[in-house]
Design a protein around this ligand. Sequence first.
Ligand SMILES: [Zn+2]
Length: 247
Amino acid sequence: MKITRQKHAKKHLGFFRNNFGVREPYQILLDGTFCQAALRGRIQLREQFPRYLMGETQLCTTRCVLKELETLGKDLYGAKLIAQKCQVRNCPHFKNPVSGSECLLSMVEDGNPHHYFVATQDQNLSVKVKKQPGVPLMFIIQNTMVLDKPSPKTISFVKAVESGQLVSGHEKQSITQLKEEQGLLKNPEQKRRKKRKKISGPNPLSCLKKKKKAQDTKSTPSEKKRKRKRIRNRCTSKLLSEKQNAE
Ligand SMILES: [Zn+2]
């Protein structure tokens, strides 16, 4: 049983890695319901997540989730302690906190740019997360954690990308990277900088070297010239002397 569970996880994870650019360390957003279920199932999240996903993981949450757990009081004290040990990721509700589920949903909207996983027991949130393509969803069932299979929305999105109807955010990134590597993308700012460099003139150090070389090269032809002059002088002197002799 355990082996098949892990096999499925590996397969699903591979799907998200290949199609959505999900990478280690896997960033998993936990909500209060998931923390509570982990507490009840006595699941050591810090051990189990990396073992199950076969990779480095970062347990994260948001201020809104923590705030919600605080307001819910004593019953969720243990869950709050678990959530407080997670890294707090910035959400857009700094001044006006929203419910944990609303907050986590906002974190994975618009193509899930930070490649978050969502770990929740909240069915309403799960349904909404599944409508966002490319968000790995995790939950606890029978005291074991499970990575859900890619949602129908996620699969149809990938098929649309493959048939050329859509360009995924992940692909957009790699396209721009390729373009940059091949020098096809030129920032107007970079062009300006290059022009400025040209105006500023050559490196003074390189000028010094050139001058030295120039002097060296100059010295040799001038010597040659002197020699020529001497030869000419000799010739003229010879001619003169001959003329004088003739006279
Ligand atoms: Zn929030």
